[in-house]
Write a protein that binds this ligand. Structure first.
Ligand code: C2E
Ligand code: MG
Ligand code: MG
Ligand code: MG
Length: 282
């Protein structure tokens, strides 16, 4: 009896494994087609800075979406890991950077001259030695000056191959891009990279933001991160701001820029453009 049961379990397990492998294989094939026919769009979420008693938009973060041929919208969490594993992220990432530069040139020409765009980079892109030159060429082609584009990188993506990453980051910085550490506080890397990498901003992960009203530890961590960053000459961004109270706390703790659903959700290009026009910087 036990043997039969074991066999049944084993069969159940192989069936599950089979299904998982098949699904992954199908997703990979779909993603390859998506890369070839550029089934992607960028959504944009504004970043704000306090100016007097108003919040002014200073930047937008480009967030990738995959619009499948069935019209379904897929979030990056569902395909970026696979794109990373297979290397497709390099081509997808190049599309993201080119599209963001094209869009920013349009917005600059349309009167939003001081708008900055933040672009997320993955670990694989930080090993791509050709990236900085391609970025420099795109910036030239679209007339984007120093600081107009910013790259967001995570602690863990940098720590995968720190030496290669430093070389790429130095070159990106030399091309006029600025650099930001995303999801700060979630990796377990040492703080020493903060002085090794040519950073401009530190983006505090939303896990420290979500409970900041009730958790004194989170408030202490954010406060410490702000003073550390400011002492190193970095600006601080808080992400995942979902309420007016959080906004008030984070501003009070010295965060320079704020982003989150409470201020504005990620929007398609046309909608964010309308938002920017309706909320002009003072
Ligand atoms: P991220 O860079 O940390 O981006 C923030 C994520 O949090 C976005 O999810 C955004 O929609 C979401 N978010 C913004 N405000 C709030 C809020 O107030 N509350 C909550 N709960 N969430 C908020 P999204 O767009 O699904 O992106 C997820 C992640 O995928 C990004 O995290 C980033 O790591 C990655 N990603 C997005 N676009 C790209 C890309 O073009 N290239 C690469 N390599 N990664 C990307
Ligand atoms: Mg980001
Ligand atoms: Mg983030
Ligand atoms: Mg995050």
């Amino acid at each position: 009896h036990a043997k039969a049961l074991g066999r049944a379990n084993f069969q159940f397990f192989t069936e599950q494994l089979n299904r998982a492998v098949t699904e992954r294989f199908q997703l990979e094939a779909k993603l390859r087609k998506a890369v070839a026919s550029e089934e992607f769009e960028l959504w944009y979420q504004p970043l704000f800075e306090p100016q007097g008693d108003v919040m002014a938009v200073c930047a937008v973060e480009a967030l990738l979406r995959w619009r499948t041929i069935d019209g379904e919208l897929v979030s990056p969490g569902e395909f970026i890991p696979l794109a990373e594993e297979t290397g497709m992220i390099v081509q997808i990432g190049d599309w993201v950077i080119a599209e963001a530069c094209r869009q920013l040139e349009k917005w600059h020409a349309g009167g939003l001259e001081s708008l900055r765009i933040a672009i997320n980079l993955s670990a694989r892109q930080l090993r791509d030695k050709g990236l900085p030159l391609r970025v420099e060429q795109l910036m030239k082609q679209h007339g984007l000056g120093a600081g107009a584009i910013e790259f967001e990188i995570t602690e863990s993506s940098v720590m995968e191959e720190p030496t290669q990453a430093i070389a790429v980051l130095d070159a990106l910085k030399a091309s006029g891009a600025s650099l930001s550490i995303d999801d700060f506080g979630t990796g377990y890397s040492s703080l020493s990279y903060l002085k090794l990498f040519p950073l401009d901003r530190l983006k505090i992960d939303r896990s420290f933001v979500s409970d900041i009203e009730h958790d004194a530890n989170d408030a202490a961590i954010v406060g410490a991160a702000v003073s550390l960053a400011h002492n190193l000459g970095l600006r601080v961004v808080a992400e995942g701001v979902e309420s007016a109270t959080q906004l008030e706390r984070l501003t009070h703790l010295g965060c320079d820029e704020l982003q989150g659903y409470h201020l504005c959700r990620p929007l398609p290009a046309a909608a964010v453009e309308r938002f920017l026009r309706d909320n002009p910087a003072p």
